[in-house]
Design a protein around this ligand. Structure first.
Ligand SMILES: [Zn+2]
Length: 103
């Protein structure tokens, strides 16, 4: 009998985080927001007007993305400016957009 390499298994925390990441990218509105932020740091107002979304929708989605640490913000006076906070996931998004468009 040959010695078998032990299979490398993903631990539960990794599995959870990977599926959460795909869940984050599973929504067209969140994809549009992340794609916009990959090009330019934006306030909630700017995101809402550029993407023609309600501010409440944008705020809700930004909270979701912030909880997963996919976006971060900086505050200037009363305005919050959002930008991407994870290059892996932004690369993943860019790759997936490229995949969708390479036909
Ligand atoms: Zn492809």
């Amino acid at each position: 009998m040959t010695e078998q390499q032990p299979m490398h298994e993903l631990d539960d925390e990794t599995l959870f985080l990977v599926s959460q990441t795909f869940k984050a990218l599973c929504d067209p509105t969140r994809i549009r927001i992340l794609h916009l932020l990959s090009q330019k740091e934006c306030s909630v107002n700017e995101i809402a007007s550029k993407l023609d979304l309600k501010q409440s929708t944008v705020s809700h989605q930004l909270r979701f993305l912030k909880n997963l640490r996919l976006v971060k913000y900086k505050r200037e006076k009363t305005t919050y400016y959002y930008s991407p906070d994870d290059q892996h996931v932004m690369n993943l998004l860019a790759q997936t957009i490229e995949h969708a468009q390479h036909h």
